[in-house]
Structures are given as structure tokens and as C-alpha cells.
Design a protein around this ligand. Structure first.
Ligand code: ZN
Ligand code: ZN
Length: 278
């Protein structure tokens, strides 16, 4: 499979000269089979706009899976030109809402007047909306495993996507310290995180904080980058991409993060526009 990093920023977009090399778009990863255009998209942050360019004028036909409904994971939806046209066919899936709400209703709570001019139904093309329960399911030729992970403010899933040959684990928003400090103080290496990352060729993981920021900011729902690296080692993941960067984290600061893990060739700091073949 081919993986396109279309948005690796967390919380809110980060435009500006200090954010050019790693990029300012929020969470979005597009996955393509070896022989075709992207047809599975993980999260619909503002990076979703870049997927239109990858399709080279064609409409999107495939599935968008959301980890959760925070703004930085959905705000690209109405600006996805390849999905908002009459010949598009899009299945949008999100974690099963709590209570008696449908997936479309919970999405529309944040995307409808007066917050935004249109509802999800206002997108052109053939859109369908569905809820995911934890466990395995099939999506556009890929096998996906959903597991709930601790974050903050709303049910949040991590995913593991496999094409039968390679696998990628995607956990962009994760607060493992919510379950306790764990063996090294970075948070618990809990069974769901370990299962998602176990033996994966690639782990794309939340690396929002520096260790010195954890005491003040750890309750905001994100871990230190060190947790992601340690999780990958413990789970036997082949590579780890540190992602969901703090919005004020400059390119130079992200270079410093990369330098801190230089001794381990399996660790890379995620940058927008990066392409990974598995
Ligand atoms: Zn986020
Ligand atoms: Zn979040």
C-alpha cells in the first residue's frame, strides 16, 4: 500500500514561514492500493484538501474513517473538492456515538448552520454515513481493526489498516497517562494500543508534547513523543512516525525532536507531503 501524509498538525492549522517544512494542515492520511489512487482516508482535517490533488482530476470513490470528531479531524470535509462533486461516492465512518444519535446527526452537530452554511447532506455526490464499533471490518479492499483509546472529550478510536501484505497503525490522538503513569512515566502501554501497533510495518502516532511539557499540558489529551517511540519498540512495530504536532511547534523545534531520536533509524518526524510505500 502507499501512504500519503496530507496533514500532520494537531489542534488547529499552522500556516506561516516557521511551519513550511513540516506543514500546517491538520490530521489526514490517504491510503492507496499499490495499483491505484487513494481510496481509504484516515481523518478529515484540513489536509483533506491535498487528497484532491492526488486524484488528478478524478472524483473520490472510497471511504473516510474518522478517529473522533474534534475540529482538527473534520474541518477539511466541506473543502474536499474531489468528494464534493456529483460523481463522487463517499462512505464516511466514525466511532459509534453514545446515546441514540446516528453518525450523521453527531457529525451535523458541528457542521450545520449557524456553525457552517451546510450540513453533511449538503455535500454533492453519493455520501453515506455510518458508525463503527470496536473490532475488525472491511473498507475498500482493506481490513481495518478499530480499538478505543483514551483521549479527551469524546470517544476516540485508533485504527490498524492492512492489505494482507503490509499494515499501518494510526493513533493520532492518544492520552495514555489517563490510565496511569506506566512503567516509564509516559503513560500506560495498554492492551488496545499494543494490539493496534503489534508487528505493524508502520505506526503513525501522536507526538504532541515534549517531555518537559507533560506536567503542565499532559491533561490536554496528548502524550510526549517518547511514549510513541516506546510503544513502537514494545509492540514490535517496524517504524514509527511522530505526528499530530503541536500547532506552535516550529520547523526548527521539530528538527530538534528528530535529532533527539537520531540514534534510532526507525523513528521519523512526520512531514506533510511525505509518501511511504509499504
Ligand atoms: Zn487532534
Ligand atoms: Zn482530539
Amino acid at each position: 500500500m502507499r501512504i500519503y501524509l496530507c496533514g500532520v498538525r494537531g489542534s488547529t492549522p499552522a500556516p506561516g514561514a516557521e511551519f513550511v517544512r513540516y506543514g500546517g494542515h491538520t490530521s489526514c492520511v490517504a491510503i492507496a492500493p499499490d495499483d491505484g489512487p487513494p481510496r481509504l482516508i484516515l481523518d478529515a482535517g484540513t489536509g483533506l484538501r491535498l487528497v484532491t490533488g492526488l486524484l488528478r482530476g478524478a472524483p473520490f470513490a472510497g471511504t473516510i474513517i474518522l478517529t473522533h470528531l474534534h475540529w482538527d479531524h473534520v474541518h477539511g470535509l466541506p473543502f474536499f473538492a474531489a468528494g464534493d462533486r456529483e460523481d463522487a461516492r463517499v462512505t464516511l465512518l466514525l466511532p459509534e456515538p453514545e446515546g441514540n444519535t446516528t453518525a450523521e446527526e453527531v457529525l451535523a452537530q458541528g457542521m450545520s448552520p449557524p456553525h457552517f452554511p451546510i450540513t453533511p447532506r449538503g455535500l454533492r455526490g453519493e455520501w453515506s454515513f455510518g458508525a463503527i464499533a470496536p473490532g475488525p471490518f472491511k473498507a475498500d479492499g482493506f481490513t481495518v481493526e478499530a480499538r478505543e483509546v483514551p483521549h479527551k472529550g469524546g470517544r476516540t478510536f485508533g485504527y490498524r489498516v492492512s492489505d494482507g501484505h503490509s499494515s499501518v497503525a494510526y493513533i493520532p490522538d492518544h492520552c495514555p497517562t489517563a490510565l496511569g503513569p506506566g512503567p516509564d512515566g509516559w503513560g500506560e502501554y495498554h492492551p488496545d494500543a499494543l494490539a493496534l501497533a503489534a508487528g505493524a510495518d508502520l505506526l503513525i502516532h501522536d507526538a504532541f508534547l515534549r517531555p518537559d511539557e507533560v506536567p503542565a499540558l499532559g491533561s490536554f489529551g496528548h502524550p510526549a513523543a517518547d511514549y510513541a517511540v516506546s510503544l513502537a519498540r514494545r509492540a514490535g512495530a517496524g517504524r514509527v512516525l511522530l505526528a499530530h504536532h503541536k500547532p506552535d511547534r516550529t520547523d526548527d523545534e521539530l528538527d530538534a525532536l528528530a535529532a533527539r531520536f537520531r540514534a534510532d533509524p526507525r523513528v521519523t518526524v512526520a512531514a506533510e507531503g511525505q509518501l511511504i510505500d509499504l
